[in-house]
Design a protein around this ligand. Structure first.
Ligand code: FE2
Ligand code: FE2
Length: 335
């Protein structure tokens, strides 16, 4: 998952000031040559801040994204389904971890990022403020939400910042598994009883438009995109990625025996792409502004989980301190 291209409210501490003239020219050279910027390289402050914003929003999205699905672990229809879903939700926690670590290499502190999320100040993807009322929603999330995440994230595997790009490679491998498990849930329901088929169709009806909005606003309303493309963080525009996603979904929906809820969806032979209808951006903006069905609930739940997990963090810190002390002692003994 990724952030919503929203203004930052939680950047980490400012890194070093602007690079020296030689630092700037080597940065420009690396970007022009499609190379990678690494943590110790000099980089413009804007680049650093923009990455911290994007990566931390992305990390928060992975962590908050565990909730709509975690909600179904105990209610998944079989032991097998429970085990798969539990593994998936665990993967998302891992994605959060890789991404917080990538943001830390830019000078952001984990504690600050966490506090911003718990205080309700940090952005995360709006898609996770929608509820999951039925089991079929878990299928629709895997197919559509993880599917959109893949379209967005595969190009990020070539992002100019090394630690981010490398985290994305691992994440994308796992996301493609997530997408298939969602597809398989929907396929099973779609081929089941008429009531099960209906359940699958209704979930797709709920998640289709929100998943298209995950690519962010239309290019004309996406002022940060140009800079991000010049820095080779972003490789394709929001509208290009959205088109790619719709083109991918249509044949998959046919294979599922489900329809996509858009009367304007049709093949355009001239363009070689599917045309699709206007999206309702007023709804997107309302959810982004905190008026989604689950905004308050998601942050409250995260806060509770953080408080309840305090003893685990304390125990891990105490263990790490003991281990470090033992190592020091044996190093002294050896000397
Ligand atoms: Fe993920
Ligand atoms: Fe995922």
């Amino acid at each position: 998952m990724h952030g919503d291209h929203a203004p930052a409210t939680s950047a980490g501490p400012a890194g070093p000031a602007e690079p020296s003239a030689s630092g700037q020219s080597s940065f420009d050279r690396v970007i022009a040559g499609d190379g990678r910027i690494e943590p110790r390289d000099e980089m413009p402050d804007d680049y650093r801040k923009s990455l911290i914003r994007q990566i931390s929003q992305h990390a928060h999205s992975e962590i908050i994204g565990m909730q709509p699905e975690g909600n179904w672990i105990t209610r998944a229809p079989s032991l097998h389904r429970k085990a798969i879903l539990m593994a998936k939700v665990q993967d998302e926690a891992g994605h959060g971890l890789y991404l917080y670590s990538a943001a830390e290499t830019l000078g952001a502190s984990r504690e600050d990022m966490m506090q911003a999320l718990l205080a309700g100040k940090a952005r995360y993807s709006s898609i996770f403020n929608y509820p999951t009322p039925t089991w079929a929603d878990i299928g629709a999330i895997g197919w559509l939400v993880d599917g959109a995440a893949i379209c967005n994230q595969v190009p990020l595997c070539r992002a100019s910042y090394g630690p981010y790009a490398r985290a994305m490679i691992r994440i994308c491998k796992e996301e493609s598994f997530h997408q298939r498990q969602g597809f398989e849930i929907l396929l099973t329901l779609s081929r089941g009883t008429p009531a099960q088929h209906e359940l699958a169709q209704e979930a797709v009806n709920r998640w289709y438009a929100p998943s298209l909005m995950m690519f962010g606003p239309p290019d004309a309303d996406s002022p940060n995109s140009a800079k991000s493309m010049a820095w080779k963080i972003k490789r394709f525009s929001n509208d290009e990625l959205r088109q790619r996603f719709v083109d991918m979904l249509v044949p998959q929906a046919q294979a599922l025996g489900l329809t996509l809820p858009d009367p304007d969806l049709r093949w355009n032979a001239e363009r070689g792409h599917y045309d699709f209808g206007e999206l309702d951006w007023s709804e997107f903006k309302a959810v982004l502004a905190g008026q989604g069905q689950c905004n308050v609930q998601r942050v409250e739940h995260r806060r509770r989980a953080h408080t309840e997990g305090a003893w685990v963090r304390e125990a891990a810190m105490a263990h790490a301190a003991k281990k470090a002390a033992r190592q020091q002692q044996s190093a002294r003994g050896a000397a």
